[in-house]
Design a protein around this ligand. Structure first.
Ligand SMILES: CC(C)(COP(=O)(O)OP(=O)(O)OC[C@H]1O[C@@H](n2cnc3c(N)ncnc32)[C@H](O)[C@@H]1OP(=O)(O)O)[C@@H](O)C(=O)NCCC(=O)NCCS
Length: 198
């Protein structure tokens, strides 16, 4: 479902998806906010602007990924940039407990965490196209690293898709292996977290 937002510039109601897809909102100011299962509708709107359909996970899978903590009570970590005027989400970072044996599957309707979780897996970092190039992804990764360390995680993993691996290498991720994701080539990567690292 797409929500309607009053656009003060045009003086009319527009869908939130049409606003975050438009090019007239480059100068919005953002707050970094925590995300929870209640935010899934907006997360899915950003996802649809960023990825082709085969990559896009359902609301239901996202809700489960955002809800499940591991056996030690370590919760998923999720936040994004929300514009301060309209309350629209323009980016998100979502990470959840996992293990370092293999990346998690996409589209897992029966989503469950492994019995032993030894990494925080970054499911996705995405920025709506209009808002790229403003260091929002860097901001998300820095904050994610800090929160992961505070929660006691020692390792992050992710699957780099869409040729994003050079960006993650800048943050200290190294390739474990190539990994096919939604029929596209990608790289499974990891990064050790040490006190003070970003
Ligand atoms: C990849 C993505 C998250 C980057 O978001 P962004 O907010 O534009 O990134 P930033 O502004 O923080 O970029 C920081 C730096 O990384 C560079 N960079 C951005 N995307 C890059 C990419 N795909 N590959 C290599 N470098 C990249 C930028 O040029 C910038 O360089 P600079 O510091 O020299 O200026 C965004 O383009 C996106 O959502 N892409 C589609 C989804 C995706 O691929 N997500 C990653 C899945 S693992």
């Amino acid at each position: 479902m797409t929500s309607a937002v009053f656009d003060g510039l045009s003086g009319s109601f527009r869908s939130s998806a049409s606003i975050i897809a438009s090019t007239g909102f480059l100068f919005m100011s953002f707050a970094l906010v925590n995300l929870a299962p209640v935010d899934v509708e907006q997360i899915v709107e950003v996802q649809a602007l960023v990825y082709p359909a085969e990559f896009c996970e359902s609301d239901d899978v996202f809700r489960k990924k955002l809800a499940l903590s591991d056996a030690y009570g370590r919760a998923p970590i999720a936040f994004g940039h929300r514009d301060q005027e309209f309350g629209l989400l323009v980016s998100y970072a979502i990470a959840h407990p996992w293990h370092d044996a293999a990346p998690p599957p996409l589209h897992a309707a029966d989503w469950e965490l492994p019995a032993v979780c030894n990494v925080l897996h970054v499911h996705d970092i995405a920025v709506a196209p209009t808002f790229r190039g403003q260091k929002l992804a860097s901001d998300l990764m820095n904050r994610l690293s800090e929160e992961a360390q505070q929660a006691g995680w020692q390792k992050l993993t992710l699957v780099a898709v869409r040729d994003s691996w050079p960006l993650w290498e800048r943050f200290g991720f190294r390739t474990i292996s190539s990994h096919q994701y939604a029929n596209e080539p990608g790289f499974w990567m990891s990064r050790e977290l040490s006190p003070g690292s970003r």
